[in-house]
Design a protein. Structure first.
Length: 219
């Protein structure tokens, strides 16, 4: 079972404790530690990458801003967005950082194809786009040969907060969501649809699933 990641469906969980739990998991893992993939939502928050510029925060208002240790610029998380955190031993999966980014992009592209949508990734600005509008963002950190942070797929969330920032550091970047593209508003439905494509893109077998939200708070 070591080669099969544990899928944890954590529901709606606060951003900062989840980030710290990812760090602890990564710092404490050994060569024998099983990979995990966390599927969840966050309350409204802007996150700014390690070297991100606060100039891209136009008018955050009452939404908190957290500077974190991933790559990239500023993005928004909120209820109705599916967040995927792949806690992956890259050597075990024979992945580099770029190939992990491409794997995450390809998983979303394959899922969107099942909904009749044509999507693409971008080497210049990692993520997934439909007709030039960004539907999924990617920002990673690799430490001790393992990844954390990950992917955010817009499902049914309110897109207004994206107007308060330059998303991913790009002024006037259009963002979109599955609710408008394909009538998918449920994060659970999107997670179920994405999961097999995610596992296939990462070269994984069938997953074991845990719904124990205490996985975050107990670490």
């Amino acid at each position: 079972m070591k080669d099969t990641p544990l899928i944890r469906r954590l529901g709606l969980v606060p951003y900062e404790p989840t980030w710290r739990a990812m760090q602890r998991f990564t710092d404490e893992r050994t060569a024998a530690t099983r990979d995990e993939i966390w599927l969840l939502e966050h309350p409204a928050v802007f996150t700014l990458g390690l070297n991100g510029s606060r100039a891209h925060l136009i008018a955050p208002g009452d939404i908190p801003v957290v500077q974190v240790d991933r790559g990239g610029q500023v993005t928004y998380h909120g209820p109705g967005q599916l967040v995927v955190y792949p806690l992956i031993d890259l050597k075990r999966r024979s992945l580099g950082v770029r190939s992990l980014v491409v794997a995450l992009e390809n998983a979303v592209i394959a899922y969107l194809a099942t909904l009749g949508l044509s999507a693409s990734g971008s080497r210049a600005a990692p993520g997934v786009y439909v007709e030039g509008a960004k539907v999924a963002s990617i920002g990673l950190r690799v430490r001790r040969g393992a990844s954390y942070h990950g992917l955010a797929l817009n499902v049914g969330l309110d897109l207004e907060p994206f107007s308060r920032i330059n998303p991913c550091g790009y002024p006037d970047l259009k963002v979109t969501r599955l609710a408008d593209l394909a009538g998918i508003e449920s994060v659970d439905a999107a997670a179920a649809g994405l999961e097999p494509h995610l596992l296939a893109a990462l070269g994984c077998g069938q997953s074991a699933i845990s719904t124990a939200a205490q996985a975050v708070s107990s670490r």
